[in-house]
Design a protein around this ligand. Structure first.
Ligand code: MGD
Ligand code: MGD
Ligand code: MO
Length: 830
């Protein structure tokens, strides 16, 4: 192993290997990146934080010199990453100091956004809110937030929206991201809450990844798997993904199905496992309901039938089933290839079923990770800043609503619970129809990330809709706003957040925000004060004033609920590693795995919802739930395969899917401002298979156009080993200019993937379908020897030919140190 060396982490995104054997601890490897010219001795302070560009929760320390961030290093003693960092975290912080940060509020005047002071901006927001409350009532106001703020901020927003304004229209972009994770956990276990732990990677003998490009989207856990693959008794991987991801290339069995056929494939896998009687009947009898229904339903899905639907060889399905069925400790992960499709919840639930019928839960190595995507999406869900009530409370359970009202000291009637909290796609519909008149958007860029962008732009541009945007930059969305509020971000504010395996981290403030930018918490607190929200005794509704007091308030709200934070404090979170909830008196050091002792939170009196019909999304009632599941066991729910809503036709002969690359985060507001990351993937591209390219006479680097019934985009072609009939476009590229020369009016007119995607969602989770559309492909202009601006290091690797390798050069060198011994920042800070 060549740790203790410098590695170009653009050329080698995963760094060097530290192999380890099954059931052994994962060795530490501390990754450090300091900007050019800064030596370790120049660092005046290391400030504890965790990464904010994916849901892994990699712990890191921010290097500060002369009041500036000058680098980062991983925290060796943290349970999540043991010191490692991915490329986005090593380089992405540079965006904080970008010269084009918003430093003052803006308001629209005579059609243009002009700078103003905070009073002017907030007074406009307050005047609009008051006017709408008087004339139209709380339903005229909507809040669309993020999976990237901090817990304290979501909780404050949830209180002011639900009990202050009294609106039901509060959701996060988590709707686009992890609403299926939450829904699948509710459907199977009665409540949100990740059963598994990342440590399961150390113990599993089979790891199955469903629609999850772990290598690029959580690169540190992929390093962990790579290290195990080089150690004793390595795990075997099953990968279900239509693209040749790094995960697919390392897999023992790779299934590359047609888009939108996950349920058929999973039903066939379950069919084989039940047929061969690899069922843990004791576990099923003790802890579940619904097995017979599943056994009956999947009888109709022999591998041959699924092979026809999914277009994968039946023999491969049987091999995968053999691995899954004989695993001694099975770990499964699920992400957007499943969640962003028309049967999202139905498919995700089948993965839960696989674990339930095999009794693969609650033991080291046996776990399910219904993954999160965004760094703080878990907190959006817990705090009820998405379509749920805070603390995983059930809006249909009047005891839960009363309990929440007690915590907030308000009348239960104040908290809307006449209908399910409004989901984001519906909020945009209400804004389109005119019933929502004010939309406050924080920490998300819907003018690039929502489906069918032409429609989104026209909704946001309406005169009758008052749009508030709270962001770091003048994004595509901010440009359409009436008021723009400049926010402080990670590194400039303190707060906590929770990763995909329930690990809570504290991220401390390292430097001052630029200009007049303020932490989101301060903005929400300021609004609550100006609106003078009151509790039922006339006291202030929001009683906290800073991150730590907000955290203490949240702890009271979480008490006794599954996501119990009562055993955590800021001090405790400064003690070394992040800590997994529930953390309370019974579990003062946190809880590594849920459901070690059967199913705990599905009881009708405790559960977060009463379940839904997976095909229609219709909510079940408490009466139905009690009769199905009186004792609160895990629920095995079967589902039939239904074809995707949009299938290829003569005019649109391809399937089109969209997603990510390892170097960029979403709409690139941060990663495009980090030179190493931007250079690695500077512009959009289109992936197609070699046979398809040949049939159309297309080659690497040709400028092509992808068209769907919604719209079109242009990008250069990358020919890869993707399945035939499938196109892939990364969704990172909006229409502002990053210096790469492709602004609107540049040489490529439309390049955002979401110009082409459809307004449609999974019936149960309401998550939009970014992963299935029918599309046409045509040549615009020959590449004449150019190559696509697509990385060669990962899923977009060229099938063949002379494409220059993606490298970072001297500015991308990162130090890896093998010995995890170093002074803790707490010591150094003193
Ligand atoms: N580098 C990077 N990392 C990130 C992010 C980022 O923007 N960049 N974003 C973070 C966030 S918010 C999220 S949600 C996660 C997302 O993380 P992932 O879900 O891993 O990422 P995606 O690229 O959206 O999609 C994963 C895979 O789904 C496959 N897929 C497409 N259609 C289907 C299908 O019908 N069936 C199956 N089985 N697979 C299909 C695609 O080929 C793709 O490889 O990443 C997080 N981490
Ligand atoms: N076609 C297609 N579309 C997709 C997806 C896909 O796979 N394909 N994936 C979907 C998924 S999973 C996701 S998560 C979404 C992501 O979509 P978005 O959330 O819209 O993408 P981001 O670029 O992360 O936008 C976050 C915004 O918040 C700002 N920001 C960052 N930190 C802070 C902060 O501390 N405070 C404030 N106020 N602002 C901050 C950033 O500058 C940025 O403008 O995209 C979805 N859209
Ligand atoms: Mo996401």
């Amino acid at each position: 192993m060549d740790v203790d060396a410098s590695v170009d982490r653009i050329a080698q995104p995963w760094g060097s290997r530290t192999p380890y054997g099954r059931h052994e601890p994962w060795p530490a490897r501390v990754d450090t990146y300091l900007e050019a010219g800064v030596e370790p001795d120049d660092v005046q302070q290391w400030v504890q934080a965790a990464s904010i560009l994916h849901s892994d929760g990699d712990a890191m320390d921010i290097a500060v010199a002369d009041g500036r961030i000058v680098g980062v290093r991983g925290r060796a003693q943290d349970r999540v990453n043991h010191g490692r960092l991915g490329p986005k975290d090593l380089f992405g912080w540079q965006a904080n100091a970008s010269a084009d940060r918003l430093t003052r509020p803006l308001v629209r005047q005579d059609g243009r956004l002009v700078e103003c002071d905070w009073d002017t901006a907030m007074n406009r927001v307050v005047a609009c809110s008051r006017g709408l409350l008087d004339e139209h009532g709380p339903g005229a106001i909507g809040f669309y937030t993020s999976g990237q703020l901090f817990l304290e901020e979501y909780y404050t927003l949830a209180v002011l929206a639900r009990a202050g304004i009294g609106t039901n229209h509060l959701d996060g972009n988590t709707r686009l991201c992890t609403s299926t994770a939450a829904e699948a956990l509710k459907e199977s276990f009665g409540c949100d809450g990740q059963p598994g732990s990342y440590d399961d990677i150390d113990h599993a003998d089979v790891i199955a990844l469903f629609g999850h490009n772990l290598a690029e989207t959580q690169p540190v856990q992929w390093m962990r798997i790579l290290d195990r693959l080089e150690g004793a008794d390595p795990p075997r991987l099953v990968c279900v993904d239509p693209r040749p991801t790094r995960v697919a290339r390392e897999a023992t069995v790779h299934l590359a199905p047609r888009l939108g056929t996950n349920v058929a494939l999973l039903n066939a896998l379950l069919h084989e496992i039940i047929r061969a009687d690899r069922v843990d009947h004791d576990y099923v009898a003790a802890h579940t309901v619904g097995f017979d229904e599943l056994a009956f339903r999947v009888k109709e899905y022999p591998p041959k039938r699924a092979a026809d639907i999914c277009d994968v060889p039946a023999a491969r399905i049987e091999e995968a089933a053999e691995l899954l069925g004989t695993a001694d400790r099975l770990l499964s992960t699920v992400l957007q290839g499943v969640y962003q499709s028309h049967q999202a919840t139905a498919a995700a639930v089948q993965v839960n079923n696989l674990h339930l019928i095999r009794g693969m839960l609650g033991r080291p190595g046996a776990g399910v990770l219904q993954m999160n995507g965004q760094p703080t999406a878990q907190n959006t869900r817990e705090c009820g800043a998405n379509g749920d009530l805070p603390g995983f409370r059930n809006w249909q359970n009047s005891e839960h609503v009363a309990d929440l009202a007690r915590v907030w000291n308000v009348d239960p009637k104040t908290i809307p619970h006449y209908a399910p909290p409004t989901h984001a796609m519906q909020m945009f519909r209400y804004a389109e129809q005119g019933s929502i008149r004010m939309l406050w958007i924080s920490g998300t860029n819907p003018a690039v990330s929502l489906p069918e962008l032409a429609r989104i732009r026209s909704i946001l541009a309406q005169d009758r809709l008052f749009v508030v945007v709270q962001d770091l930059f003048l994004t595509e969305t901010a440009q359409l706003a009436d008021v723009v509020l400049p926010a402080a971000t990670w590194g400039e504010k303190a707060g906590t957040f929770t990763n995909a395996d329930r690990t809570v981290h504290l991220s401390d403030k390292a430097v001052e925000p630029p200009g007049e930018a303020k932490p989101d918490l301060d903005i929400f607190l300021d609004y609550a004060a100006r609106m003078d929200f009151r509790d039922k005794d006339g006291g202030p509704l929001v009683t906290w004033h800073d991150p730590e007091s907000a955290f203490e308030a949240w702890k009271r709200c979480s008490a006794g609920r599954p996501c119990d934070y009562t055993g955590l404090t800021y001090d405790k979170l400064r003690g070394g590693s992040g800590i997994q909830w529930p953390c309370n008196e019974q579990a003062p050091d946190g809880t590594e795995r849920l459901y070690t002792d059967g199913i705990s939170w599905a009881h009708p009196d405790i559960c977060e919802n009463y379940g839904k019909d997976l095909a229609t999304g219709a909510a079940d009632s408490v009466v139905e739930y009690r009769s199905l599941n009186p004792d609160g066991k895990a629920m095995i729910k079967a589902a039939d395969y239904l074809p995707p809503h949009e299938e290829p036709t003569d005019a649109y002969p391809f399937q089109l899917t969209t997603g990510r690359t390892v170097y960029h985060f979403h709409t690139r507001t941060k990663t495009a401002r980090a030179p190493q990351l931007n250079a690695a993937a500077p512009d959009v591209w289109v992936e197609a298979s070699a046979p398809d390219a040949a049939a159309l006479g297309l080659g690497e680097g040709d400028l092509v156009e992808v068209t769907t019934p919604r719209g079109a985009l242009r990008g250069r072609l990358r020919v890869t080993d993707i399945r035939t009939g499938l196109l892939f476009v990364p969704f990172h590229y909006g229409y502002w200019d990053t210096g790469a020369g492709h602004a609107p009016g540049g040489d490529i007119p439309g390049r955002a993937a979401n110009e082409t995607t459809v307004t449609d969602w999974d019936p149960a989770s309401k998550q939009p379908l970014f992963k299935t559309a029918a599309a046409a492909l045509r040549l615009v202009e020959r590449g004449d020897g150019r190559s696509a601006p697509a990385p060669t290091t990962a899923a977009s690797a060229p099938a063949s030919g002379a494409v220059p390798a993606t490298t970072g050069g001297p500015s991308a060198l990162v130090t890896q140190s093998a010995d995890g011994t170093w002074d803790s920042p707490e010591e150094e800070n003193r």
